[in-house]
Design a protein around this ligand. Structure first.
Ligand SMILES: Nc1ncnc2c1ncn2[C@@H]1O[C@H](COP(=O)(O)OP(=O)(O)OP(=O)(O)O)[C@@H](O)[C@H]1O
Ligand SMILES: [Mg+2]
Length: 356
């Protein structure tokens, strides 16, 4: 099969085959009578006396002539009676059609529920909860997507073991194709730009980038899309969440009473008149510590029942409490979320997923 043969030819610079790169166009085969031969005809190798196609590159490419030579050799082996005619063409691709202002929620229409995971405060475990919740939902059989919108400190590439992977852009559709791990569709600012680059972004750039990694993505059909938001509750966040049709928000906190001020800030952000997103509930993270050797003991390092009291005071549901487990931290560092285990750590996340 001609396409199969051509798809074994790798473009050395792109490190991908020429067929998936879309470089091969207009394949035509002719027999001795000048009649067209179907490229899929099993006898094509015998029948064809002329094989013609185009190699089209998006910009002048010094490797084109060596690729053409490779194609000629491969074709000569497959079509021993044929003259091989390959036309080289440079055709500049149209620049991307979409600017941030053109983005709309078309790509989100196949998604059942879009949920932001937020907290007013840094380091409380938003990313940990996002990743493990995504895994827990996926283990329950839902189709899940996860976006790391933390422009200033993306951590999901590390937590999912996808550091250094680069999603590709579907040029035809002008959409980013998300990465996939454990059947979860994944995308992080960290997959798209170097950390030092994102750090210097000012407000509007940061919110535009966030809009793009949610809206300009080929998500397809999903039951849940979780969005791990950067810590904080400022104007940047409001403009970030303003354009995304969120179903609701999950707030992550630690049990300390001092954290309540930050939780209130988060809630107010989602209840801001320009945002107006329902709060689905509170996740109390780092609720207590149980040493592995003494599974019956609980140490309430940050105070007991802080999450429950907070949820009552603010009149929002408590979705669950996640204790401090070494496995949770280690799983994050190793790129394999604790929610995959069959221990109490995974059960805690599964319980939150159920309530959610
Ligand atoms: N339940 C837990 N048990 C043990 N370690 C945890 C738990 N939750 C979070 N951690 C650890 O705490 C640290 C901070 O967690 P994480 O990065 O998820 O917080 P964050 O709120 O996303 O932070 P940031 O504000 O920087 O985005 C990580 O090292 C993580 O592994
Ligand atoms: Mg984080």
């Amino acid at each position: 099969m001609i396409l199969e043969t051509l798809s074994k030819i790798i473009h050395p610079a792109a490190d991908k085959d020429i067929v998936s790169l879309g470089l091969v166009e207009d394949i035509k085969l002719f027999d001795g009578n000048g009649a067209a031969v179907e490229p899929t005809d099993p006898q094509a190798g015998e029948k064809a006396v002329l094989v013609r196609f185009k190699l089209v590159v998006p910009s002048p490419d010094p490797l084109l002539s060596s690729i053409k030579k490779e194609c000629e050799q491969a074709m000569a082996a497959e079509f021993p009676h044929a003259k091989i005619s390959i036309i080289e063409l440079v055709r500049e691709r149209k620049p991307t059609k979409k600017t941030v202002n053109d983005l709309d929620d078309t790509q989100l229409q196949g998604i059942g529920k879009i949920i932001a995971v937020a907290s007013g405060k840094g380091g409380v475990g938003k990313s940990t909860v996002s990743v493990n919740l995504a895994v827990a939902l996926s283990l329950k059989g839902y189709r899940v997507g996860l976006v790391d919108a933390d422009v200033y400190g993306p951590s999901i590439p590390k937590m999912t073991g996808t550091e250094g992977q680069v999603p590709y852009m579907d040029e035809e559709k002008d959409l980013i194709v998300p990465l996939e791990k454990w059947g979860i569709k994944l995308l992080s600012i960290g997959h798209l730009v170097a950390p030092e680059q994102a750090l210097i972004w000012r407000g509007p750039m940061a919110s535009n980038a966030m809009k793009q990694i949610v809206m300009q993505v080929d998500w397809g059909e999903l039951d849940y899309l979780l969005i791990d938001l950067p810590p904080g509750t400022g104007d940047i966040h409001i403009s970030m969440v303003h354009d995304i049709p969120l179903t609701g928000a999950v707030i992550v906190t630690t049990p300390q009473q001092v954290a309540i001020a930050d939780v209130i800030k988060s809630i107010n952000m989602f209840r801001h008149k320009d945002v107006n997103v329902p709060i689905l509930g509170l996740v109390e993270n780092m609720a207590w510590f149980t040493p592995a050797e003494h599974p019956e003991e609980k140490y309430y390092i940050f105070g007991k029942d802080g999450g429950r009291k907070m949820a009552e005071e603010l009149n929002i549901p408590l979705l669950g409490s996640i204790p401090i487990y070494m496995s949770v931290e280690e799983g994050g560092d190793a790129g394999r979320p604790a929610a995959f285990s069959d221990g109490p750590d995974a059960a805690a996340f599964a319980a939150v997923a159920d309530r959610l």
